[in-house]
Design a binder for this molecule. Structure first.
Ligand code: 5GP
Length: 193
């Protein structure tokens, strides 16, 4: 097991409905030393890629993205969730369905912060069905920018997102891939990588 898998086993809680709770170290209280290790690992996995910007989505991706960005020495842009319908024309917009909250959000990024010269690493905490990632990829495409890679902390390998994104040809690096988990026993099985 790698450092993140060990931490998930130690502090993660398997909930009914295929939800893994990691709020004691990843997306509510945040262990920055762990994030720093994740940043170093992403730097290694995306070695040689010409990355000048990191893109994530609020809220829980932001903390990880910021620490990862320190390793690449690049700025972070986060897509904002917005329910507003009258967004002006200076925004890229994508529709994202939330796995955890079961609702639809528009996510927006100002055109000021993403353009065709950008080489983007997308970072997020979880990959489940891939909706959040597809929204972010759409925003990069609208900008005419390039997706250099996608870094995820925890992929739930039993949901479809990973396969969809890999089939689209992106370099998707997930630090932990959960292949199965059981809410009654609390057991978590990881994919060998
Ligand atoms: P997707 O769009 O890939 O279906 O879901 C990704 C988003 O849903 C992530 O950004 C994350 O916030 C949330 N999410 C999905 N599954 C889980 C889970 O098992 N636990 C937690 N804490 N968040 C999840």
């Amino acid at each position: 097991m790698n450092f993140l898998e060990e931490r998930i086993v130690k502090d993660g809680i398997v909930k009914e409905g295929n939800v893994l709770k990691v709020d004691s170290f990843l997306n509510h209280q945040m262990d920055i030393t762990l994030f720093n290790e994740m940043g170093a690992e992403f730097k290694k996995r995306f070695e040689g890629k010409n990355i000048n910007k990191i893109l994530t989505v609020e809220a829980s991706g932001i903390g990880i993205a910021c620490v990862v960005a320190m390793h690449f020495n690049v700025p972070v842009v986060f897509a904002k969730k917005s329910k507003s319908i009258n967004i002006d024309g200076d925004m890229y917009i994508a529709e994202v369905e939330s796995f955890t909250h079961k609702c639809k959000n528009q996510v927006i990024v100002s055109k000021k912060f993403l353009n065709e010269d950008d080489h983007v690493l997308i970072i997020d905490d979880f990959l489940a069905n891939g909706c959040a990632l597809q929204g972010l990829i759409s925003i990069v495409n609208q900008a005419g920018a390039t997706v250099e890679g996608i870094g995820i902390a925890i992929e739930k390998g039993f949901q479809v997102g990973g396969q969809i994104i890999r089939n689209l040809g992106y370099q998707l690096e997930s630090l932990a891939i959960v292949d199965s988990m059981d809410a009654t026993t609390g057991t978590i099985n990881f994919r060998e990588q």
